[in-house]
Design a protein around this ligand. Sequence first.
Ligand code: ADP
Ligand code: GLC
Length: 492
Amino acid sequence: MSAPLNIVFLASEGVPFVKTGGLADVVGALPKALQDLGHQVRIILPKYSKIDAAKFGMERFQESMGVWMGGGVQEWCAVDVAYIEGDIPVYFIENWKFYERDGIYNDANNRDFNDNPERYAFFTRAALQLCIDQQWPTDIVHSHDWQTALAPGYLKTWFRNEPILSRAAGIFTIHNIQYQGNFPKTRWPYIGLGWENFTSDKYEDHDRINYLKGGIAFADMVNTVSPTYAFETKSSELGMGMNNQLNAKGDAYVGILNGVDYADWNPATDKYLPANYSPEDMAGKAECKRALQEMFGLEVNPDIPLVGVVSRFADQKGLDLLYGAIHGAVNRMKVQFIILGSGDKQLETAYMQLPAQYPGRIGTLIGYDNPKAHLIEAGSDFFAMPSRFEPCGLNQMYSLKYGTLPIVRATGGLADTVVQYNEQTGEGTGFKYTDNTPSAIVDVIGWAVSTFYDRKIHLDAMIQRAMTQDFGWLQSARQYETMYREALRRKG
Ligand code: ADP
Ligand code: GLC
C-alpha cells in the first residue's frame, strides 16, 4: 500500500457550514471518502458572519496570524476550528473587513461584492500561511473554483522555497467554468504574483485578470467534475474562452464524476421527510407526494404526475427555457409543477406569478430551503434539469436515489449519470433531450408524462432501477487519489 497523503482543501463554501450550490456538497463529502481511504484531510474556509459558530462548536485555534499580500501590505486574521463527521478539522479564516457582512459572494440584489478579488486572494494566501504557521506536512493543496485558484500559482512562486509547502502538488478542480474571477488589472499588485505572471499563458485575459486561467496554468493536475464536461470544455462552444488553456494541459486535465453523500440523501433515512421509503417498500413515497401537494396548494391526487425543480436561477440552469415550456405543458397535459429556487430577479418574479395563473397546478417557492429541497426530491414523480451546461449536477443523482425520474438535457454530468429511457425495451433511468428550446422541453415532459399514464410497468421498473444505482463517493475518491499521486509524480 502506498503512503497516506496529507491533503489540504481550500474552498469558499462547504457543507454543513455554508452552501450556495453543489460545490459545498462536494467539499463537505469528498474529504470523508478520502479519509476512509486512509488519507489525512484538512479543510479551510472563510469565516463568513452567517456561519453559526456556536451551533458548530467552533473554537479559537490561532489567535492571530499575519499574512503578506503584494505591495508590502500585511493583513491580519484569526483562525477558528470545528470538526465534521469523522473528526475532519475545518479551519476558518476570520477577518472582519472581508467576511463580516450579509451574503457570500454578492449582496441582496445579486450584485457581486466589489472587493471579491481581494477577499479571495487574501483567503487563499492566509490558508497557505496557516499550513506554514502550523508546520503541517503537506502533500496536496487542493483548490476549488476561481475563488481559490490562486493557490497553485502561490505554491510555485512565493512558496517554492518554503520547506512545508515546496513539495506539495497543486490540484485545481473546476466545478464551474463560467465563473472565472475576472477583474481589472488595477487589482493585480495586491494579489502579489508580480507582473511577470500577468501574461496571456497565465493570469492575463483580454488585459484583465483571470484567476481561473492562472490556476489551470500553474496546477500540477486539473480536473472537472464529470468526464463529459471535461470533453465539452475543451471545445470553443462550452470552454468559455478556456478551451485552449485546457487543451494545453493535455493528460493533466481529467474528468472525475462527483459522488452523492448518501448519509444526507437517502429516502430510507432522510429526517426531513414525513415518511421514509426504500425500493422494497414504496408506501412512504406516496405519503411524501401527498404532503408536498398539500404544502404547495396543489390538487392532492396521486394520479397526476408531479414535476419538481430545485435550482439556482442562473443562466446555466435554463430556467428561462423551462418557464417558456411550462405554459405549453400545463395547457396540453394533466401535470403539476413545483419550483424552488432563487437568483435572477426577473425569473423570480416570473415564477412567482405562476401559481396564481394555474391554481392548484403550479407551486413556487422563491428562496433557499434545504428541508423543502429534500421533500421535493422525495414527493415528485419527475425532476427537471433543463441546463444549458452542467459540469456534474447533484440533484439528478439525488433524484435517482429517491425514485424521482430525472428529465434532463443531455449535457455534462447529466449525460453521464442518466440512462435514456427506451420505449421498446423499458430500459433506462430517465428522459434526456438535446435542443435548447422550450418546445424540446415540452416534448420531453410530454414523453415522461405519457409514460406515467400509459406505461406504468416501464415506469415502475425504471424507478426500481434508478433507486439501486450507486453514485457513492468511494469510487470518485479513488480517482482523486490516483490524480493526487500523478500530480506528485509530475511535480517531483
Ligand atoms: P449547482 O452547484 O450548479 O447549483 P448542483 O446540482 O451541483 O448545482 O448542486 C445544487 C445543490 O444545491 C443541491 O444540493 C441542491 O439541492 C441545492 N440547492 C440549489 N438551490 C436550492 C434551493 N433553492 N434550496 C435548497 N437547496 C438548493
Ligand atoms: C457546480 C456545477 C455543478 C456541480 C457542482 C459541484 O456548481 O454547476 O454542476 O455539480 O459545481 O461540483
